[in-house]
Design a protein around this ligand. Sequence first.
Ligand code: HEM
Length: 141
Amino acid sequence: MAEVKEFTFQDVAEHNTKNDMFCVIHDKVYDCTKFLDEHPGGEEVMLDVAGQDSTEAFEDVGHSDEAREVLEKLYVGELKRQAGDPGPKAAPSGGNTSPSMKSDGGLSLGLYAVVVVGGFLAYAGYQYLQQQAAAQGQQQA
Ligand code: HEM
């Protein structure tokens, strides 16, 4: 079995013309040259992202499963990220947990603040009532 070919961003960027066009979607490299003419969305939009990470552009349109099957036929290899390269544009579907984790963290911090402030107010109120009761007791005596 042939080894999976790896491409760096620089390698992909060299294929950015109408006659030789690669693009990257979800860290996989596709040779879109032959498909340019056939693309139902037109060749212009594809040439806009030629030789680049096209994940966002591809996903924003909400391509069908059929479009994803076409992609499989254009597959030529994997993207090899190097130090300094931008990170993945979008997490593979189903695996994107970081935003909810962030908001969870924010929520628990908020709850923690409410508990601390509420506890302090309750304690202060309790002290105040005790002082009032003691003062009343002194007055009566
Ligand atoms: C190799 C990558 C791509 C493949 C295989 C592909 C394939 C397809 C296919 C099969 C359709 C028909 C509708 C569907 O089945 O979803 C389509 C429509 C479309 N594509 Fe792509 N596409 C690719 C990349 C892109 C990119 C990078 C853009 C950039 C914005 C784009 C924009 C569109 C648009 C706007 C339509 C809708 C056309 C219409 O309904 O009039 N596509 N594409």
